[in-house]
Design a protein around this ligand. Structure first.
Ligand SMILES: [Zn+2]
Length: 136
């Protein structure tokens, strides 16, 4: 399972696509790890015309950012302001941090959401319940 280098809150640069979108930068607002797609703010807007299909749904026009594949964007380093590949460095807490391939700056995950599912209850006090009965 390849992990996503891009997280929501990151600034990314579009590296593929037509003249209108290539080289554009924007903030990642949605990340979908399942499909490896992201939504970049203000980019790839498509206007959808939708008919109401149910009572709750409103018809009309929606300006909706389209998801683009994560491989179509590159992370923009906050330090050197270049679109860069992401390196992973092992941080003090044993977690991998992202770092800029170009300037080496660590790009922390401050924009991380509350979606850290199994963050707690792990590793707090893992007492070994080893039975000492069979010693000697
Ligand atoms: Zn950098």
């Amino acid at each position: 399972m390849a992990s996503m280098n891009i997280r929501s809150g990151d600034t990314v640069e579009v590296i593929v696509g037509n003249v209108n979108s290539r080289g554009k930068r924007g903030k990642v607002i949605v990340v979908d790890p399942e499909t490896h797609r992201v939504v970049v703010e203000g980019l790839n807007l498509v206007t959808k015309h939708r008919k109401p299909r149910s009572a709750q749904e409103q018809g009309g026009r929606f300006e909706q950012p389209r998801m683009i594949d994560v491989s179509n964007v590159m992370l923009v380093c906050p330090k050197c302001n270049q679109a860069t590949r992401v390196n992973h460095v092992l941080g003090d807490n044993g977690k991998y941090l992202r770092s800029c391939h170009k300037c080496g700056a660590v790009i922390d995950a401050r924009a991380e959401k509350k979606q850290t599912r199994t963050a707690k209850a792990k590793g707090t006090s893992k007492k070994s319940k080893k039975t000492q009965a069979d010693e000697e």
